[in-house]
Design a protein around this ligand. Structure first.
Ligand code: SF4
Length: 889
């Protein structure tokens, strides 16, 4: 093994700070000393923002091992902790904090060694990137330079290395086949494998799932199945069995839609039982498909590499380019780009490299044939199984570019999230951020913005010069878009100097929202108010703003008409690529026209009677008292209505499945409510329902402990209880809070004490780490505990939500109860994942009403007791504990 790299190293945890000098001695030191040492010379450290946070010195920089890892091992997984780094590099995991600085030196040396080895898998491109990084003064560049050999032949530039996608012939329509139950069961047996334990619940579930694939009897009347399946049924293979059988026999594509990345990963794994990695022709039968905003846009990356980014973001762009060359699919959010890379650079660099604004120029882009987004769209058209998420399935159905690619057989797993996904997909928001996006899309970069992003005029320059009417429409749209908000709008609103009719409207929205706020502004989070009885000035401003929006929409509609005409009678110079680009432009135009029309509709209702289908409200979005968006929001009272028409109606078979599809009130599962929430009733379909109970022995392996002696509002008591529970269970606690403020207070009081006992405690909104990575850390280290919230808001009354449940039995209270029970059931579901798991679900709130107890599976013992008694039970024979603090009850 190589010698440690002789550079000083630092490690800071909640338990203390350790410094190791280049001569090889490690000592504990004060935070002040550590900061001085870091100012003197660049230190080796792991996760600079986290160390900075622990030292209370935000400007800390140094030689971050994670940046080095991103360079040496692009597109490989690494949990960003000492343990994770050690494992990723095959080094011994340090036993205690004081061993970490040595690990950092060893890890650095190990990575230098990899760079020198002949079989470095990611050598290609490294030397050239390192030259660029040296010019950008990347701290590692000098250290690395002697270890990365100059290649004999010039390296290919990233964009020439990436493979081109192939245009495949359109897939024929699937054949109509019905699956008989025996065939489904036989297939399930093959997938679970010989000798696997036969699970009766899974067999029944699979048979039911098979019925969704039967030929449709009537147009616009899909088969709809709601299948509730308790944890441990094996529902993934339960539906993959009929899905793969149907795909094989019909030649069609099944979409499975999930809500979380975790389930996507699990599906990818399980699908290997049914499908090979590649078909004989090299294509992939299983494809993960995400929304386009998840993928790297090569054109944006090229901009960033060629001067669009400067300073630290430019370094990030180089590391992203390294990754892009080795990435499996170019997915930047939840794919093989480490989730921590973006946070190391503290800016929104990652988002700027994706195609967030729909500025794609399609075939007009020089990288079109290598584009990750285009590749994934083509791959999914040829796939047997597409793994997607709820939002994408809905967006695709609502405004997908290609009708032939719309999903017709869909399994919504984690079906309890479909309602919320529909709620956000089909809502409209007329806010400063949204309008400024539209302005950029039409006008393009303004004043000093570098880069190759282009407005409408540049994207369609050839059309403008060829077709006079088209050219005029573009000019008119660009002129009218000047009325939209522009950079600096938030400052102008705060100063009372709005510019243009839209900013004037937003200023009124802001003033009214603050005037009516009763939540206590010191909380610093978002505030909202309903649109009833609005002041005359606001209604008037809305009228003027609606006219300004109509003045943009009209020329855009005209332009869409001209593009259609040009396509219908195409000039000779318009080649295939040009046509594809115009098709792309037409598609994005249609989407913008719909958006403008939705905004106008929202404004036209202000001051008049409310539309019974919608709830509207005004909002100022804030984070730690800093405003970041202001505007009007419109949500469907029942978002399943548009869902039913855009997703269900065109489909042939749809299944919604989850362990918590129904609310479990005191009278048992509430199926009528679940059916209503599926949207099926909007297209007059009575869905089939099925119920499979969990095979787990909750009565003997889980307990719900309700601690009765922590007073409401007693933060010190709550924090003490958390610390003792974590100690009693030796880590592995997931703590859920209903308010960020309380979570921070608890974390602040106990993190140091726990760290000294070797029990790391992480927290959302405290540690500068993205939620996905926090979950990775929590899973990777059995002694780690994690605190989090299930909402980012604190103390906010959401009028939209309270208003919309007025029709429900029990009114707003009934609605809130359902939500709380659903969250409890989902949180409880994380406790027992296998037959061998055991654990406690602790509720640190004495005021926990019994009407919530039905959220837990039948037979789970529920005990009300003191903290001391709870600690005894937890200390005796559990493997995992979930502490949950619910005060909203
Ligand atoms: S085709 Fe569009 S998304 Fe793809 S690289 Fe080009 S501009 Fe970006």
């Amino acid at each position: 093994m190589s010698e440690p790299l002789p550079l000083p190293a630092i490690h800071a945890s909640h338990a203390g700070t350790w410094l190791r000098d280049s001569n090889g001695s490690t000592r504990g030191c004060s935070k002040g000393e550590a900061v001085m040492a870091a100012a003197d010379t660049p230190l080796l450290l792991l996760n600079a923002p986290l160390v900075a946070n622990r030292l209370g010195y935000p400007d800390l920089s140094g030689l971050d091992l994670l940046e080095l890892f991103a360079f040496v091992r692009p597109a490989r997984f690494c949990v960003p902790t000492p343990k994770g780094l050690a494992e990723a590099l095959d080094l011994a995991v340090p036993d205690s904090d004081d061993e970490v600085p040595l690990l950092l030196q060893l890890a650095a040396a190990r990575m230098m060694e990899i760079c020198e080895s002949t079989d470095w898998a990611e050598r290609d491109g490294a030397w050239s990137t390192l030259q660029s990084l040296a010019r950008l003064r990347w701290p590692w560049a000098q250290v690395l330079a002697p270890h990365v050999k100059r290649p004999e032949r010039a390296e290919k530039w990233l964009f020439s290395r990436l493979p081109e996608w192939e245009e495949a012939p359109e897939r024929a329509q699937p054949q109509q086949v019905a699956l008989d139950e025996l065939a489904v069961e036989g297939h399930l047996e093959r997938l679970t494998g010989e000798g696997a334990e036969k699970r009766e619940g899974q067999r029944l579930f699979a048979r039911g799932a098979g019925s969704v694939f039967a030929p449709r009897a009537e147009d616009k009347r899909p088969h709809v199945l709601l299948a509730q399946a308790g944890t441990g049924i094996g529902k993934t293979l339960g539906y993959l069995a009929p899905a793969s059988l149907w795909a094989e026999r019909s030649g069609g594509t099944v979409w499975v839609s999930t809500y979380t990345k975790n389930l996507q990963r699990q599906l990818r794994r399980e699908s290997t039982r049914a499908w090979p990695e590649r078909r004989a022709d090299g294509s992939r039968p299983v494809v993960v498909r995400k929304g386009r905003e998840n993928y790297l846009c090569l054109l944006n990356l090229e901009d960033a590499l060629q001067g669009g980014f400067s300073g630290r973001p430019a370094i990030l762009a180089q590391l992203v380019a390294r990754w892009a060359a080795y990435s499996q699919d170019g997915d930047m959010i939840g794919g093989d780009l480490p989730g921590w890379l973006g946070t190391l650079f503290r800016k929104r660099g990652i988002a700027a490299l994706t195609d967030q604004r729909g500025e794609c120029v399609y075939a007009g882009c020089p990288h079109y044939r290598k584009c990750f987004i285009e590749r994934s769209a083509r791959a999914s058209a040829q796939a047997d199984l597409v793994i997607a998420n709820h939002a994408l399935v809905m967006v695709n159905a609502a405004r997908g570019r290609d009708h032939a690619q719309r999903p017709t057989r869909i399994v919504f797993d984690e079906g309890h999230h479909v309602f919320d996904a529909a709620d956000s997909t089909f809502s409209a928001a007329l806010t400063g951020q949204e309008t400024i996006e539209l302005r950029r899309w039409i006008v393009g970069p303004e004043r000093g913005n570098r880069g190759r992003r282009r407005g409408l005029a540049a994207r369609l320059a050839d059309i403008a010069s060829y077709d006079e009417a088209g050219g005029e429409a573009i000019e008119a749209a660009v002129a009218a878009a000047q009325d939209l908000p522009s950079d600096g709008w938030l400052v102008r609103l705060a100063d009372g100097t709005p510019m243009g009719p839209l900013e004037a409207l937003l200023a009124q929205v802001r003033a009214t929202t603050y005037a009516r706020d009763e939540s206590g502004q010191e909380a610093g989070y978002g505030i909202e108010t309903e649109t009833a009885s609005l002041p005359g000035e606001l209604v008037e401003a809305a009228g003027t703003a609606a006219q300004a929006l109509a003045a943009i929409r009209t020329p855009l509609m005209k332009l869409a008409g001209r593009l259609e005409a040009v396509m219908a009678d195409a000039p000779d110079w318009l080649d295939g690529q040009g046509r594809a680009r115009i098709e792309g432009a037409r598609h994005s135009l249609a989407w913008r026209i719909d958006l403008l029309a939705a905004w106008e509709a929202l404004l036209s209702r202000l001051g008049g009677p409310a539309d019974p289908d919608f709830v509207d409200w005004l909002a100022v979005d804030r984070n730690d008292a800093r405003e970041f968006d202001i505007g009007l929001h419109r949500h469907w009272v029942d978002p399943m209505k548009p869902f039913a028409h855009t997703v269900l109606e065109p489909a042939h078979g749809v299944m919604l499945t989850s362990a918590t599809l129904t609310d479990r009130g005191e009278e048992g599962p509430d199926w009528p409510h679940a059916v209503a929430r599926s949207g099926a009733t909007h297209i007059e379909i009575a869905p089939r329902t099925s119920q499979s109970d969990s095979p787990f022995d909750y009565a003997n392996r889980a307990e719900v402990l309700i601690v009765t002696d922590i007073r409401r509002g007693d933060i010190a008591g709550l924090a003490g209880a958390y610390a003792r529970l974590i100690e009693a269970s030796d880590g592995g606690v997931l703590g859920l809070f209903t308010a960020i403020r309380r979570m921070r207070a608890v974390h602040g009081r106990i993190a140091d004490r726990l760290a000294r006992a070797g029990l790391p405690l992480y927290a959302q909104h405290v540690d500068p780490i993205d939620t996905g990575t926090l979950t990775d850390i929590f899973r990777d280290d059995p002694r780690a505990s994690l605190l989090g919230t299930d909402a980012l808001r604190d103390g906010v009354d959401v009028p939209g939500r309270s208003l919309r449940c007025a029709d429900e039995p029990g009114g707003a209270k009934g609605h809130d109860d359902r939500i709380i029970r659903a969250r409890l059931a989902q949180a409880f579901g994380r406790l027992i994942r296998t037959r061998e798991d055991a654990g406690h679900f602790v509720v640190l709130s004495s005021a926990f009403p019994s009407r919530f107890l039905s959220a837990f599976p039948d037979g789970t013992p529920v005990i009300r007791l003191t903290l001391a008694e709870a600690l005894q039970r937890v200390a005796h024979g559990v493997h995992a504990v979930t502490g949950s603090e619910t005060e909203s009850a």
